[in-house]
Design a protein. Structure first.
Length: 392
């Protein structure tokens, strides 16, 4: 990727998608180009402190950077990034381009740092998985994509580079091979494993899906039997335990003081209730005190109707995928300025929930119907400046 500094000042470029889709190679290529550019002393490349396996080593071996030229961004305290910037500017002068690998491993504290760099006219490049093993936005990546997509709509620049791969799951005695949009976590299970996957042409058998309430971040190799591969939506399906978590959240919203024994009696037949409870507490969806469980969704200021809608969304299969489809449909209409429903359906009609996505966009006033043609509305909110910007 060639970064034209003046054209991209104040922008966020997102390199995202599934594993094994060329994201890191794109980052390496970008660094290689910058090393031969006038900006070779005005950029910084960051790996992530949570990548304990090959963060700095991967950059050094592939990009030509020395180990002291690769910086580690503290995932727990990204404010430290500013100190590293100040230290480098003492030696090399003003820094204008910032590249962050493994952006998905950051917490939500990373988002204000990115927005601040953008407001100061810097070019920010973030690479990372868009979805976690559950098929849901990974850490801050959903918010970062929202920012980049909004800037795309305002400026007309291409700022989101979405990467796909091939589905590696064993299907009908061969590799599935469809377009993969999911990163799939598998667990080795010698006795009851019913899944297999291909890695570089070699078949690995006797695996099962990781349950929905597994920890979000598990580095392959850090825990025995954990493997990652890529999957299409059909092979990805629904993770075991997802409906249990959704039902648990729904029940605790309706029953404000739920006791542990009551929850075990009601839900133990659906799966591992102990792990599901631990997950909901870790993800701050439930509070627990003195054996009583309370929903944090209701205490967050949402009314019952909104809370129930959140639960329904969490139950909906491929709901995170539909978020990407919503962006794609919106930008297709924006790029054409107007299009008939039939024309749009010809391109996107196979998307699950196509009509619902259209209805939601119209209801949210992103789109309008004008003389049987779909058009974008005139304004969009810029998440960087918090201003409403005219689209035309």
């Amino acid at each position: 990727m060639i970064i034209e500094l003046e054209a991209l000042r104040g922008e966020l470029i997102l390199i995202t998608g599934v594993m094994n889709s060329g994201k890191t190679q794109e980052v390496i290529n970008t660094i290689d180009c910058l090393m031969h550019s006038p900006h070779r002393r005005a950029f910084m490349a960051f790996t992530n402190s949570r990548n304990t396996r090959d963060g700095i080593k991967r950059f050094v071996s592939s990009s030509g950077l020395r180990s002291d030229e690769v910086f580690v961004a503290n995932a727990e305290n990204p404010i430290e990034i500013y100190e590293k910037i100040r230290e480098k500017e003492v030696v090399d002068g003003m820094q204008n381009i910032f590249i962050f690998d493994e952006g998905n491993l950051h917490t939500y504290k990373f988002v204000p740092v990115v927005k601040d760099l953008m407001k100061n006219g810097k070019v920010v490049v973030v690479a990372g998985l868009n979805l976690d093993f559950r098929g849901e936005f990974f850490g801050p990546m959903g918010k970062l994509e929202e920012i980049a997509r909004s800037r795309e709509a305002i400026t007309g620049k291409k700022l989101v580079d979405m990467h796909h791969s091939y589905c590696c799951i064993l299907r009908d005695e061969k590799q599935c091979g469809k377009k993969a949009s999911y990163t799939f976590r598998l667990i080795k299970a010698e006795n009851d494993g019913n899944l297999g996957y291909f890695h570089e042409g070699v078949l690995f058998n006797s695996y099962i899906k990781a349950p929905y309430h597994h920890p979000t971040i598990l580095v392959e190799g850090s825990v025995g039997g954990i493997k990652y591969t890529t999957a299409c939506s059909e092979c990805f399906g629904e993770l075991p335990g997802k409906s249990l978590v959704a039902d648990l959240l729904s029940y605790t919203m309706d029953h404000e003081n739920s006791k542990y024994n009551d929850l075990v009696d009601r839900f133990s037949k659906q799966g591992d209730i102990c792990d599901a409870l631990a997950y909901t507490i870790e993800e701050k969806r439930l509070d627990m005190f003195d054996g009583i469980y309370r929903s944090r969704i209701k205490s967050g200021g949402l009314n019952d109707k909104e809370s129930r809608k959140l639960v329904e969304i969490s139950k909906a299969r491929d709901s995170s995928r539909e978020s990407h489809d919503t962006f794609d449909i919106y930008h297709e209409i924006k790029s054409r300025r107007s299009i008939s429903r039939e024309g749009l359906k010809y391109k996107f009609g196979k998307i699950m929930g196509f009509e619902r996505i259209l209805a939601d966009l119209i209801k949210a006033r992103f789109l309008m119907l004008d003389d049987a043609m779909l058009k974008t509305t005139r304004y969009v909110k810029d998440p960087v400046s918090d201003m409403y910007i005219p689209l035309d």
